[in-house]
Ligand binder design. Structure first.
Ligand code: NAI
Length: 416
């Protein structure tokens, strides 16, 4: 299947599910005039019809891109998931069709870190139970159980994007930062690593989790781990719901061993507002419960819009797949006075030799070439010196190389 490249004015971008305006702005700034942004999500049949003439598709989490839908997108070059997760997309099928998928995994890092810091202050001051009391007509005006966070030890489990961001702002508030990560990480500021999770649990005044969902982190914090925590320490989880044994946390809070908690993520979360949320933590006055909104801010939405749109534009303009979730990552810096071809193929022996032969047969000099393969597909971006006429048929020949999934001609060098 040959996918011929097009001038930008002919490239159709469709964004569904009310994606932030920052995405449309970015496309327009980069010369993509044909951008349609819709509020609604569409079911498979509607989407298939809409996709007929779409080259670049942007979705959020409600749009399901199954094999069926992807295959209906005959002109589809790439997909942007304007969110964090990509479970709604058949990534394997997209890859097989030569469609890189991009998302924005770190656009809401700061939002999560800010919420956690706010919750630490709330917990140390006993605000959840006092607020609850005041709503009911109570007046718990005591100093007992109200402390500053300055000088206290924060134990950060998972020192990645969110963990390190939190480390910086917690230290700026006067906290002592200790962290535990399975990978050796550069400690920021005065933060200090712990040799084990248990060591962190034993010394922290507040423990906060920022690990991914993996087989190792499943039920990482159990009743035994809560027992290891200092009596009177606080516990926060805004990472993934499966990491914590929630009934064990509820028991630990009830017994007074854990002095309070803030939980944003749960093993089972309602799929929408109509489904009732149930948790053993409900009714515990010193526990802050939030509906998985750690990363949900207007700023994060705007960042996601810009970040994903930028990745899509970079792919469409110069073939960069940096940050793609289902594709080998290739980035060749744009070069002047060259013509660029991209070629996606099944990872089979002989494809590269054939491509090179096509160029050498025409006495075309290669200025730069970047190939990545992963056993399933191969992706090569090739810059050739000077202006290569499309009329030379090279694009057709490239499309005819056995194993080709798709090929595109990205830009022409300016005429001499
Ligand atoms: P990241 O990938 O940048 O960092 C995760 C860190 O955890 C890495 O440094 C990794 O080495 C470490 N890690 C992995 N397994 C570990 C283990 N068994 N023990 C200790 N450390 C381990 O991820 P990022 O962006 O910091 O996100 C962290 C978590 O926050 C993720 O689970 C993500 O899904 C969640 N998240 C939640 C949001 C919310 O709305 N509540 C929003 C954004 C992210």
């Amino acid at each position: 299947m040959e996918k011929l490249s097009l001038p930008k004015s002919k490239i159709k971008v469709l964004l569904v599910e009310n994606i932030h305006k920052s995405a449309v702005d970015l496309f327009k700034r980069n010369g993509y005039a044909n951008v349609e942004s819709l509020r609604d999500a569409f079911d498979a049949e509607e989407l298939k019809k809409k996709l007929k003439d779409v080259h670049i598709l942007g979705i959020r989490s409600r749009t399901k891109l199954t094999k069926d839908v992807l295959e209906a997108g005959e002109k589809l070059l790439t997909v942007g998931a304007f969110c964090i997760g990509t479970n709604q997309i058949d990534l394997k099928c997209a890859k097989r069709l030569g469609i890189p998928v991009f998302n924005a995994p770190y656009s809401n890092t700061r939002s999560v870190a800010e919420l956690v810091l706010a919750e630490i202050i709330m917990l140390f001051r006993g605000i959840p139970q006092r607020s609850w009391g005041a709503h009911e007509g109570g007046w718990d005006k005591t100093v007992k159980g109200a402390r500053e966070i300055r000088g206290k030890v924060i134990g950060i489990v998972g020192y990645g994007h969110i963990g390190t961001q939190l480390s910086i702002i917690a230290e700026a508030m006067g906290m002592q930062v200790r962290f535990y990560d399975i990978v050796e990480k550069l400690a920021l500021g005065n933060a200090q690593p712990c040799d084990s999770l248990d060591e962190l649990l034993e010394i922290a005044d507040v423990v906060t989790l920022h690990v991914p969902e993996t087989p190792e982190t499943k039920n990482m914090i159990t009743a035994a781990k809560f027992k290891k925590m200092k009596k009177g320490a606080f516990f926060i989880n805004a990472s993934r719901g499966t990491v914590v044994d929630i009934p064990a946390l509820a028991e630990s809070v009830k017994s007074g061993h854990v002095a309070g908690a803030a939980v944003d993520v749960f093993p089972k979360e309602p799929s929408g507002p109509e489904e009732k949320f149930k948790s053993p933590l409900q009714g515990l006055r010193n526990v802050i419960l939030t509906p998985h909104i750690g990363g949900s801010t207007e700023e994060a939405q705007a960042n996601i819009g810009g970040e994903v749109a930028e990745k899509l534009v970079k792919y469409s303009d110069n073939g960069s797949t940096l940050g793609a979730v289902n594709f080998v990552e290739v980035a060749l810096p744009p070069q002047s006075n060259t013509t660029r071809f991209m070629h996606i193929h099944r990872d089979e022996p002989g494809v590269m030799a054939r491509i090179s032969e096509l160029f050498s047969r025409r006495e075309i000099n290669i200025a730069g070439q970047y190939l990545r393969t992963d056993g399933e597909i191969g992706y090569v971006v090739t810059d050739v010196i000077g202006r290569v006429k499309v009329g030379m048929g090279i694009r057709k020949d490239l499309a005819g190389v056995p194993g080709t999934v798709r090929t595109r001609f990205l830009y022409e060098a300016p005429p001499k």
